[in-house]
Design a protein around this ligand. Structure first.
Ligand SMILES: NC(=O)c1ccc[n+]([C@@H]2O[C@H](COP(=O)([O-])OP(=O)(O)OC[C@H]3O[C@@H](n4cnc5c(N)ncnc54)[C@H](OP(=O)(O)O)[C@@H]3O)[C@@H](O)[C@H]2O)c1
Length: 443
């Protein structure tokens, strides 16, 4: 395996370059080389901004549209396009390497008129050509998007849902759209008290949080239980972000006893506390040594049972060192490896390579001696884990109906403002979730 795919996938929160999916190794490498070249051309001003389809940028009633990333690069690579008559967007588990569905053979597809879709950090990685499951399974152009909410417009036979039901769900790309076809097991009804914008904010972040907690030994599913021992403390990095906010709340629901959050800026503290953190440590204006000392004090000087870390190179080693005996470090992203600029310059690539080289390598023998574990996952590759994801989704919907957790704070945008939403996510300043409304299909 060459260095390039590893560097790219590392920055994209994934290290799975060894496993084989739809694309052959040669295709994958070629796609990744193209992604690097394309981001550099974009940075150098050699690629033209993409133009919207002739329909204009702001969606009106009548036309079906999607937002696509034409090729890897800055936000100028984002454009609105018209979905052809009779087509919908869809995830790669339904139709690979095509952004529009034309007569799929699957018989479990529900057509959803999307009123809201969420923006995730992963979408920025896709735009920058750094998200491996997008490169493997779709390529460019790509309609990104994992989270949708809207109204059922067409159902297959034997489906519990009916036309007109208000639903929310997850799709493996294709969510930035007004019309999506989704396998029925990836959708659930929205409880009455929840708005569609709140529902759209939930699937990716809540499924990620629940899986992370489960593998860390805090399972919500009754069928798996791992003895936790006395220490039930949890440390959540980026506790006011999308996944972080869910981890804080779900940790409590799964039996954690001292949930400590870390946030970048002081102004995020209040939100993290409102989600249920027992203590919050902010990093702004402090040295690494200072804020890590506060993290230690927040758990009475004892190591944590589980630490959830999507920072990457900045904190991974120290997180490992702050685990208790039998502690688990769950790694699910690498956002500090990524540059804050909206397009990637040669310097950005050099920084990412340095970040990759500085990434801690965990030694199996040392982990055995320490009785600690490092675990990683990326849900965007879980296309065949439908039963597991279905179980998580059922748990989340049950908790949602019982009002067991607080809905994420939503920042609402229009469909022609996707570029701004990417910039906001990259700034690291956002609190809660970013959701886009399509101005269609609202009940
Ligand atoms: N493995 C999976 O299956 C999976 C699924 C979903 C998401 N993820 C990963 O989980 C992470 C969080 O996703 P999210 O949707 O919750 O994102 P989010 O809501 O945008 O939160 C990201 C937070 O990361 C922190 N951050 C640190 N360095 C950053 C940088 N260079 N650029 C932007 N933010 C930075 C910021 O918080 P602080 O400054 O407060 O730390 C920011 O609020 C991402 O790395 C994403 O790729 C993984």
């Amino acid at each position: 395996m060459s260095m390039l795919p590893l560097v790219a996938s590392t920055a994209a929160s994934i290290i799975l370059a060894g496993s084989v999916f739809a694309a052959s190794k040669d295709e994958l490498l070629m796609n990744q080389v193209k992604a690097v070249a394309s981001t550099l051309c974009d940075w150098a001003g050699l690629s033209r901004p993409q133009e919207n389809d002739a329909i204009g940028s702001r969606p009106g009633f009548g036309e079906e549209r999607a937002v696509e990333i034409v090729q890897p690069g800055g936000t100028a690579q984002i454009r609105t396009l018209k979905i052809p008559e009779g087509a919908t967007t869809t995830g790669y588990n339904v139709a690979r390497r095509t952004k529009h569905l034309r007569g799929s053979k699957r018989d479990d597809l529900v057509e959803v008129g999307v009123s809201h879709f969420a923006i995730n950090f992963a979408d920025v990685c896709i735009r920058l050509g750094l998200y491996e499951s997008a490169i493997r399974n779709v390529g460019y152009p790509i309609v990104p998007g994992f989270d949708i909410a809207g109204v059922v417009t067409k159902v297959p036979d034997n489906c519990d849902l009916k036309v007109g039901d208000r639903v929310f769900g997850a799709t493996l790309f294709g969510g930035y759209s007004t019309k999506v076809s989704v396998p029925k097991n990836q959708l659930r009804e929205v409880p009455q008290y929840v708005t569609s914008e709140q529902a759209a904010a939930l699937p990716a972040v809540s499924l990620t949080a629940l899986h992370a907690l489960t593998i860390a030994g805090f399972p919500a599913l009754s069928k798996c239980s791992i003895p936790l021992g006395k220490n039930k403390s949890v440390l959540v990095h980026s506790a006011s972000g999308g996944v972080g906010g869910m981890l804080v709340q779900f940790a409590k629901l799964c039996g954690a006893e001292n949930v400590v959050g870390v946030v970048g800026r002081k102004n995020k503290t209040e939100y993290a506390i409102s989600l249920g953190c027992d203590a919050v440590v902010y990093k702004e204006g402090k040295s690494k040594g200072e804020w890590w000392k506060e993290v230690e004090e927040a758990n009475g000087g004892v190591g944590y049972k589980a630490i959830f870390d999507a920072n990457g190179v900045e904190t991974l080693q120290a997180s490992y060192e702050h685990l208790d005996l039998c502690g688990r470090l769950v790694v699910y992203g690498f956002h500090t490896n990524l540059d804050n600029g909206t397009s990637l310059s040669p310097l950005s690539w050099i920084r990412m390579i340095i970040g990759f080289l500085k990434m801690p390598r965990f030694d199996a023998m040392q982990m055995t001696l320490d009785s600690r574990a490092v675990l990683g996952f990326n849900l965007s590759f879980f296309e065949n884990e439908t039963e597991l994801i279905g179980d998580y989704f059922n748990t989340i919907t049950t908790w949602l109906s019982a009002k067991k957790f607080q809905l994420p704070k939503v920042n609402l945008y229009e469909m022609d403002e996707v570029a701004q939403t990417h910039e906001l996510i990259q700034s690291g300043k956002s609190i809660g979730k970013i959701v886009v409304r399509t101005n269609k299909n609202e009940l």
